[in-house]
Design a binder for this molecule. Sequence first.
Ligand code: ATP
Length: 353
Amino acid sequence: MTAILPGLELAGVSHTFGKKTVIQGLDLIVPGGSLTCLLGPSGCGKTTVLRLAAGLETLQVGQIKINDVCVADVHNAIPPETRNVGLMFQDYALFPHLTVLRNVSFGLNSLSADSRDVMAKEALARVGMLDAAGFYPHMLSGGEQQRVALARAAAPAPGVMLLDEPFSGLDTELRASLRQDTLRLIKETGATTLMVTHDPMEAMLVADNLVLMNGGRVVQAGLPMDLYRQPKTPFCARFLGEAIEYIGFVRSGEVITPLGSVPAENAKEGDEVVVLVRPEALNLRPESEGQGIVATVGDRRDLGLQTKLELRLELDDEPVHVNLSAQNLPLTGSKVAVFLDFSMVFVFPVRDR
Ligand code: ATP
């Protein structure tokens, strides 16, 4: 098998605005041809990373490479227009005074006028917007503007596409369908794509790779399922999905929680630890079936695909609320035995909290 080369690489990148450090020694690799999602809470530096990669922000520390060619370090920088990068931001940033066709052909100015029009029309046809070539942006819906913005970013066939929350302004239904169409189109172009989002569900749904940032650093990177199933920090565990949390102490390699004892192999004897339990770790069986932790089912809320279940545990005053998708869930008032699937239970020293 041939190794996949990095399409975009940032090494040792730091960035400050005035006295504020927003990126701190960041290393990030986007494998060539992949769709990688850059995920993290608001203000952690995601857009700044994109702007640095595009050359819209001057690099202060570190190095940026595209397809193994240095495009910026502390001494030199290739200007944005020759980096072979396509950009799409959440507000689409279409020029209001230009037609759809002119918006798309704008970035193709190295070509003759005729070739520009041909390529712009091809790009519009790919996103199903050729019929709107003569319209102005204000005559289009948000979803249509998004398609035009995509056509504009993709028209020069860039090697790298940088997308900043491209679907955030759209309603749920449109968002889902446009996301699917857009990402299919981008995949077809074979471009290396880095897409910023703060929505973990969106990232898990579309990404080949995930890079999770916090406080200007990469905290974990890898396959989406690995970050979900094998988080290296409580932050990653919490950010990627729901978790029930307990604090306890390690005794004889285990920590006792209201949901039962949990192995704590990676923590030291006597350590104070935080235990995070994914809802799907809870396995509910009839009380008669065994020695699990006994719980009484409280409120049940049908949420469509899932049911939110309240469990009142014998060993804790605080009820647990879990969204479960299993069928035949127990009825309110019934008693159940709770067993834990430890592969979905994470234990970390409290100092990492
Ligand atoms: P969000 O998800 O809210 O868009 P983000 O993770 O993309 O956030 P950035 O937009 O990269 O975060 O901003 C990181 C930090 O840098 C923020 O505190 C922001 O206020 C600050 N910042 C960004 N651009 C500038 C600027 N041009 N001047 C000063 N501070 C800035």
